[in-house]
Every structure is written in C-alpha cells, then in structure tokens.
Design a protein around this ligand. Sequence first.
Ligand SMILES: Nc1ncnc2c1ncn2[C@@H]1O[C@H](COP(=O)(O)OP(=O)(O)O)[C@@H](O)[C@H]1O
Ligand SMILES: [Mg+2]
Length: 172
Amino acid sequence: MTVPACKERLNLITRSAAQTQAWARGLAALLDRGDILCLVGDLGTGKTCFAQGVGQGLGIVQPIISPTFIRVREYCESPARLPFYHIDLYRLVRGNEALGWGLEEYLYGQGVCAIEWADRIRTLVPPHCLWVQFSHGQAPEVRHISFQAEEGRGEWLLHRFGEGVKNGSIGH
Ligand SMILES: Nc1ncnc2c1ncn2[C@@H]1O[C@H](COP(=O)(O)OP(=O)(O)O)[C@@H](O)[C@H]1O
Ligand SMILES: [Mg+2]
C-alpha cells in the first residue's frame, strides 16, 4: 500500500465501528465541495464503515451501501448538506481504467468524494486530498487510522480535525 510521503500525520486508535463512525461524522462537519478523502487499507479494516460515518455526517438519510460491485454511488438528495460520491476501486485492474468511466467528473465535481482503494489511482488524484490509512490492531475491534495530507485543503482538514480530536469536540 502506498500513500504519498507527507510532512504531517495524525494517528488514532479506534476500538469499535461506532467510534470510527463518530470520528468520520466529525470530519464530515469540516468538509466542503471538492474535498477528496482517499481511504486505503486491507479488506475489513473499516474504509466503508468510515465512509458511512462521513455520509451520515453530511446529512444523508438513506443507507450508505458499499459500492464494490458498481464502483460509485452518488448521494445527492436533500437533506444532505453536500453531494457525496462514494467510490470503491477494489475491482480496478489498471488505474487508467478509472478515467474511462468518468472518475474525473467526481474528483472535480460539486461534492465530497470518498474513494476506497485510492492508492490504486495515486497518480490521478489531486494533491489536496486527505489520505486516511486503515489497519488492523491487536484485538478484533481495534483499528489504527492514520490521517495524512500533502497540501491545501487536505492539510487544512488534517489540522482542524486534529484540533477537534484533541479538544474533544470531535469523536462523539
Ligand atoms: N474499530 C472498528 N472500526 C471499523 N470497523 C470495525 C471496527 N471494529 C470492527 N469493525 C468491523 O469491521 C468491518 C469493517 O468492514 P468495512 O468497513 O466494510 O471494511 P473495508 O471497507 O475496509 O473492507 C465491519 O464489519 C465493522 O463492523
Ligand atoms: Mg469497503
């Protein structure tokens, strides 16, 4: 798994799916049009769980289902605060394939993108993404989540999110 080498990172340990989603909802409150969350990590580490929390935090009321077999699900209905594009590249063989079905329209669109397996298109995503890397912990419900950003909005989100986690306003 490869994510860009970033100056700064925030490492969190979550002990339940509920905790992971609470953090994701907190992050969602900071998101704006054009923001891109690149979710990477092995199967079962919590990428979809996190994306569901982001969707909930944006105000999406319908169930957020993994888009593994269809690559992308769009959630654009009110009362959501912003359109949400949930993308899953698990089945992608070559990165360039993603351009064939309009990935760029989502990346540069009017909503928030959450992209599972984004490391498969590392060269296609813009540098202002927030990278969120998931891995299994020692116990069944423990996950390590590492947030990293290179520049721009990603870096801003990393700072604001980190402040919220530290002062306790994010994570409930
Ligand atoms: N701390 C945790 N954070 C996220 N998911 C967890 C956690 N503990 C257990 N789980 C479970 O692990 C599974 C994660 O699955 P999923 O989010 O689909 O992973 P991925 O999309 O990375 O393949 C879910 O069944 C979830 O309930
Ligand atoms: Mg998934």
